[in-house]
Design a protein around this ligand. Structure first.
Ligand SMILES: Nc1ncnc2c1ncn2[C@@H]1O[C@H](COP(=O)(O)OP(=O)(O)OP(=O)(O)O)[C@@H](O)[C@H]1O
Ligand SMILES: [Mg+2]
Length: 276
């Protein structure tokens, strides 16, 4: 049996952004290792560096004005690793798009308002699988829509984004993001723009997908309650660093950092539990 290898290894990652004449040190010697099938919640207050970590991992930062040092290593099917930061900059985006599916808070808005769902979804399929049989794509979309809880796929496919509900749009955006076939999923506050009922549905849905497809996930959110419920592990970020990490039981059961303790107490208060 082969030893279990991490799917992502981030080591001593530093991110600097030039702002005018100033240099802002955003990520500070960040290291983090993720094993297959783990679901990591990334928590921390606004400005902690959660999204910047994700942008760095996916090469979504502009080359100009940003400096990234350290290692972001992705596991390849043959057991070797590719270090994103040693790759020519122009190749990184394409590499990451195949390696990681990304769901954002405003994925809804990422849908093109001027094209019907079928047209844009077809483009996405062809982007990832240029040899796909065009004739079979509508059937494929319809099947996926059904799987994503949208049974009237034939009608929905012909609609434009503004003709659909927020929950439908977000489910479609997620389904399209997963067309890359990547086994790593990164979700950054994926449900913030939805009402409570749709939030619940989408979260259950994402968790179900991870279990069924054996995905590894990074779930970025302010909501520690959600992390406790759906994640296997949690990393707490503050000022561009991970200040605490571990399994859900470890961190929620015996948090070490005062900051984590106060975040957990806050969550319990919101849930109406004992805040001690
Ligand atoms: N374009 C930019 N130029 C310089 N600094 C930036 C830029 N965008 C963000 N920052 C800074 O980077 C730091 C990390 O921001 P980041 O967006 O990762 O926070 P976050 O943890 O995702 O917060 P939130 O929960 O609000 O989404 C913050 O201090 C922010 O001010
Ligand atoms: Mg953010």
């Amino acid at each position: 049996m082969t030893e279990r290898q991490p799917v992502i290894e981030i080591k001593d990652l530093n991110l600097h952004i030039a702002r005018g004449n100033r240099d802002v040190h955003i990520l500070k010697n960040m290291s983090h290792t993720i094993y297959p099938g783990e679901i990591w919640g990334i928590a921390g207050e606004s400005g902690a560096g959660k999204s910047m970590t994700m942008y760095a991992m996916l090469s979504l930062l502009p080359e100009r004005r940003t400096t990234l040092t350290g290692n972001i290593r992705y596991l390849e099917p043959d057991g070797t690793y590719t270090d994103l930061l040693t790759m020519p900059f122009q190749e990184r985006g394409r590499y990451c798009a195949n390696k990681v599916s990304l769901i954002l808070q405003d994925s809804i808005n990422a849908l093109n308002p001027f094209e019907c769902i079928e047209t844009q979804w077809t483009e996405t399929v062809l982007l990832h699988r240029p040899d796909a049989d065009r004739e079979r794509i509508p059937g494929h979309i319809e099947r996926l829509l059904r799987r994503f809880g949208i049974p009237s796929g034939k009608t929905v496919m012909k609609k434009y984004p503004h003709q659909l509900s927020g929950g439908q749009r977000q489910r479609i955006a997620i389904a399209m993001a997963l067309e890359s076939g990547a086994d790593i999923l990164v979700a950054d506050e994926p449900t913030t723009s939805l009402d409570t009922i749709n939030q619940r549905k989408i979260i259950d849905f994402i968790v179900g997908l991870c279990e069924k497809n054996h995905l590894t996930m990074l779930y970025i959110t302010h909501n520690l309650g959600i992390i406790q419920e759906i994640c296997t592990h949690v990393a707490v970020m503050r000022y561009g660093e991970v200040i605490e990490r571990g399994t859900i039981d470890e961190v929620f059961g015996s948090p070490k950092a005062d900051y984590t303790k106060s975040l957990i107490a806050e969550t319990l208060k919101l849930k109406g539990g004992d805040p001690r």
